[in-house]
Design a protein around this ligand. Structure first.
Ligand code: HEC
Ligand code: HEC
Length: 300
């Protein structure tokens, strides 16, 4: 293709005799042809890249399938339907990948998680559940597992299910390093917590609010609001993981996204309060207790 085009360039100049015209013509055409060649070449490159990418993907899926068969079928089942032999003994149940719903993501509630989200889950596991950490298997195997998991459901083939991660507000690290600033933020967060969270998580944050009874997840299993006074939540140990949960919610469960209801900035205050509840129940603040517990009267 490129070769033919070169012959064409050569022949188009050889027929022009007039000197001035030749210069003009030459320049204009040279630019056109360079551009043309560039695009020919680039599209060949893109094709080659797509081809390489698809081979690479197939290889990843093949490798992912092998690792999955060794390490995941016991719980998630060979067909990815969450019905492995161990599943009947487990609560919560292993994820059914054929539904294409994932809890822990940085994207809006209804959107699919990013590869990084799935990698985080595989690497750190899901605290307090039987889902183990796979941080000790090679990274390439974890990446391959991510690709393989996507083959269980067609939701991954539809562009409309993908959305960019929600960014939120920059992490105010200094406020979390300084105890007084942290308490100030947590006090503000306490007010929002009364309005938005006690209904499910209860006044002490133990997951026993009025609305906590009879809740079900999208897989039709009963579910309780998290006990926020425990040393861990499922999605991670850091305050950033609390913030991510508030931004995105937990898909497939009644835990909503507060992206619209609470400003991105104030969400750090609520996150600080949740972190405070955790620290308080672990005896981190000794007798200091700088924040008063919520009373029933405050709910009215
Ligand atoms: C001992 C049982 C067990 C094994 C083995 C196991 N998982 Fe899980 N996995 C679970 C449970 C239970 C959950 C659901 C936890 C929940 O809903 O809170 C889960 C959830 C998940 C999720 C969903 C995360 C989300 O955002 O919803 C992914 C992805 C996952 N597992 C991948 C894997 C892969 C890949 C393997 C093998 C390398 C594996 N699991 C091995 C028990 C297991
Ligand atoms: C409609 C009920 C409901 C409301 C309102 C609600 N939550 Fe939740 N929340 C849940 C449920 C249910 C879960 C458990 C999800 C699971 O275990 O998979 C949960 C889980 C969580 C988790 C733990 C997530 C994890 O990774 O384990 C945090 C943190 C949390 N909620 C914070 C809040 C805060 C803060 C508010 C208020 C701004 C709030 N929730 C409002 C129902 C609710």
């Amino acid at each position: 293709m490129i070769y033919i085009k070169l012959i064409f360039i050569y022949s188009s100049y050889s027929h022009v005799n007039h000197e001035i015209k030749v210069k003009d013509f030459f320049l204009r055409n040279l630019i056109q042809h360079i551009l043309f060649l560039f695009f020919c070449f680039e599209s060949t490159l893109i094709d080659a890249k797509n081809f390489a990418q698809s081979i690479h993907n197939q290889e990843m899926i093949k490798h992912g399938k092998n690792v999955y068969r060794q390490r995941c079928t016991g719980c998630h089942g060979e067909k990815g339907d969450g019905k492995g032999p161990a599943a009947i003994f487990l609560n919560p149940k292993p994820r059914d990948f054929t539904k294409g719903i994932f809890k822990f993501s940085s994207t809006p509630y209804d959107a699919l998680p990013t590869d990084q989200d799935l990698m985080r889950t595989l690497t750190q596991g899901i605290y307090g559940t039987s889902m183990p950490s796979f941080s000790l298997i090679p990274e390439v195997s974890r990446l391959s597992l991510v690709e393989y998991i996507k083959t269980f459901s067609d939701v991954w083939k539809k562009q409309e299910n993908y959305q960019a991660p929600l960014k939120g507000d920059v992490f105010p690290l200094q406020d979390f390093k300084n105890f007084n600033k942290f308490v100030k933020r947590a006090k503000k967060g306490r007010t929002i917590f009364i309005e938005q969270c006690t209904i499910c998580h209860g006044i002490q944050g133990k997951g026993d609010g009025e609305g906590s009874e009879g809740l079900e997840d999208d897989w039709e299993n009963p579910i309780k609001p998290a006990n926020l006074t425990k040393a861990f939540i499922k999605s991670g140990k850091s305050v950033e993981s609390i913030y991510r949960v508030l931004l995105s919610g937990i898909a497939g469960t009644p835990m909503p996204s507060f992206y619209e209801a609470i400003s991105n900035k104030d969400m750090w205050d609520v996150s600080a309060y949740v972190l405070y509840l955790r620290g308080h129940s672990q005896g981190l603040y000794g007798n200091k207790n700088p924040i008063k517990p919520i009373t029933k009267a405050e709910l009215e």
